[in-house]
Design a protein around this ligand. Structure first.
Ligand SMILES: Nc1ncnc2c1ncn2[C@@H]1O[C@H](COP(=O)(O)OP(=O)(O)OP(=O)(O)O)[C@@H](O)[C@H]1O
Length: 333
């Protein structure tokens, strides 16, 4: 459904020197800086896949999505979405995809959302019956019926985002580019948007490329992730494989708090320094908790060893957060 072939976008920006004289100098001699926001990116996505598109701020995610939506042109390389070349901006292509930018509005601020929906109905030429059926379904799935006639500027961020999603889906696109659709939403709204997207993807086999800085979005929705860093693709594959690494075992974090007040530990002069010598890679945070990263199969043995070292007030075992797995990946690149 999506074929991206060596897609590159170079931005050339004028480097203005500071101050008034800097501005005057710029009139005579301009210095430019070139930045490859997307550099030789290739991937392909099958129909119905729900793929996470990850990268730190400025990695080039939005630039890539904008190229796929035909909003900006690539410097080199090409893309095809459902057989269309996005740079041609054909109407037939506009009818089959939608781009949702969590940070931008497509709805009119001073109108109720329903008015914007009606306008979109005319823009896309959606037959009245199909429009009503789609609208009813989306409104019920997102639970926003009582808010349809409220001015968009009076909606909460979560309600507005739900309306933006409805606006994007009214014409039943086959491909959906979502750029941080849950940004700034509270936990309950994030969950609502996530479960909506999951159900929608399953029901209609819509192909979705999603960027989000919330790893919960990615973990709940995407089996596959593409990671980019400074414009370059650095990972493309199963989320699971990313989390387990090449060793194939998920790392765990054991967090424990030595019980300094217990009678048993009272006589230990080096306590808690001997904890550190026993587990070299342990880090200790500001509240005195020790954190230890170990491969999954060694968790039982290491936990036992911790308990053997001395009394423990608390101990927990968790997966390494996806944020940390990805931060490690960026560090390696
Ligand atoms: N129109 C533009 N002109 C010049 N530079 C640009 C332009 N648009 C984006 N950039 C630069 O390209 C790089 C990639 O930006 P992009 O918005 O694609 O990043 P992103 O991965 O979406 O980041 P974020 O997670 O912060 O949204 C950034 O360094 C940005 O400053």
């Amino acid at each position: 459904m999506i074929e991206v072939d060596h897609l590159t976008r170079i931005f050339r920006t004028y480097k203005k020197q500071p101050g008034f004289w800097g501005g005057v100098k710029g009139l005579v001699k301009r210095e430019f800086e070139e930045l490859a926001a997307a550099n030789d990116i290739s991937f392909s996505i099958k129909e119905g896949e729900f793929v996470g598109f990850l990268g730190p701020n400025g990695a080039g995610k939005t630039t890539t999505l904008k190229m796929l939506a035909g909003l900006i042109y690539p410097t080199s390389g090409s893309a095809r979405v459902a057989g269309f070349d996005p740079t041609k901006r054909e109407n037939a292509y506009r009818r089959i995809f939608a781009l949702v930018l969590g940070q931008k509005n497509q709805l009119w601020w001073d109108l109720p959302a329903i008015e914007s929906f009606l306008l979109l109905r005319h823009i896309y030429g959606i037959p009245a019956e199909q429009y009503q059926e789609t609208l009813d379904e989306l409104v019920d799935l997102l639970d926003v019926r009582p808010k349809l006639n409220v001015m968009v500027r009076e909606l909460s961020l979560g309600e507005r985002m739900k309306m933006e999603l409805i606006a994007a889906l009214l014409h039943r696109p086959r491909v959906l580019f979502l750029d941080e659709p849950t940004i700034g939403l509270d936990v309950a709204s994030q969950r609502a948007v996530r479960s909506f997207l999951r159900a929608y993807n399953k029901r209609y086999k819509v192909t979705i490329l999603l960027t989000s800085h919330y790893m919960a979005d990615i973990q709940e929705l995407c089996d596959r992730v593409i990671v980019i860093h400074k414009g370059n693709k650095i990972y493309d594959g199963d989320l699971n494989r990313l989390e387990t690494g090449s060793a194939g075992t998920r790392q765990k974090i054991i967090t424990f708090v030595p019980d300094l007040n217990s009678a048993e530990s009272a006589g230990r002069v080096a306590f808690p320094a001997d904890w550190q010598s026993a587990f070299g890679a342990t880090t200790r945070d500001e509240v005195g908790k020790f954190h230890l990263r170990v491969p999954g199969p060694r968790v039982a043995e290491v936990s036992q060893e911790i308990l053997n070292q001395g009394p423990v007030a608390d101990i927990t075992i968790e997966d390494v957060p996806l944020e940390d797995v990805i931060a490690d990946l960026f560090e390696r690149h």
